[in-house]
Design a protein around this ligand. Sequence first.
Ligand code: FMN
Length: 303
Amino acid sequence: MADLRVNVAGVEFKNPVIPASGAFGYGREYEAFYPLSKLGGLSIKGTTLEPRQGNPGPRVAETPSGMLNSVGLQNGGLEKFLSYELPNLVTKDTRIIANIAGATIEDCAELAGRLNGTAVDMIELNISCPNVKHGGAAFGTSCESASAITAAVRKASDKPLMVKLSPNVTSIADIAKAVEAEGADAVSLINTLLGMRIDIKTGRPILKNNVGGLSGPAVFPVAVRMVWQVANAVKIPVMGMGGISTWEDAVEMMMAGASAIQIGAALFSNPYAPVEIIDGLNKYCDDNNIKCISDIVGTVKPW
Ligand SMILES: Cc1cc2nc3c(=O)[nH]c(=O)nc-3n(C[C@H](O)[C@H](O)[C@H](O)COP(=O)(O)O)c2cc1C
């Protein structure tokens, strides 16, 4: 058995496989399939200060090799997470990553501050949300707004801070450098790519929100490219995600520079994907005489 432990920003994960925010809820539904203790950790559904209903449906659509979603951060709010989900999660012997989101910098800082002193292991700050005070462009789409939100959350939080980057930018490496400079301990990427589908019979977009986020195998090469670029641009660790559905994908993402990986859309077609990937990584290490999975991180040999 290889050593699958990885360390991301001082947090040790028993293995590098982590269900991604929004694809795993708070783990309750998946416990029917396997104990959550098998996982390196889990990233909870994006949590906001107040409960949110999310966007009206239809809010998911199939695409070739992927899916579009416009769920719109439906969640029970911070209080419900603290009083109902977190007490359950702490009994599961896995790392808890609190994915947080807000429409203003102040909301995100307050969320982060209220997680101080809780059993949450790490914060994942989703900066793909619209900045309502500044015209609605997502925080993650400019170095200035990404820096500002990271600085405020860094100041408010005493937890390891991972900033989750948006791929809907010209240079994701520049955004990564900007958040690193403001004290991010790690970055995770990619969030979904903006997409759109139209029903040609009605002429209407399939999603009620008109546009949504693309994820699943279709985005994998984009995610690998971005993880590679970011890993080469910053010194802090990178968590890679976007289209991973097999252990081979996980190895590829880690070779690109990811210290750990997250699984999103693949869970909807195969709830066992995370445990199959953990088993696959173990066998891959044994077959290739790799003692520690962390030894493969960033080992791609570019031409
Ligand atoms: C239905 C759905 C809901 C999502 N909700 C969130 C969310 O609340 N917060 C977040 O940071 N990312 C969210 N994501 C993005 C995923 O965590 C992940 O970054 C993205 O889907 C790429 O990974 P994948 O291709 O493995 O799905 C969501 C994705 C999907 C498919």
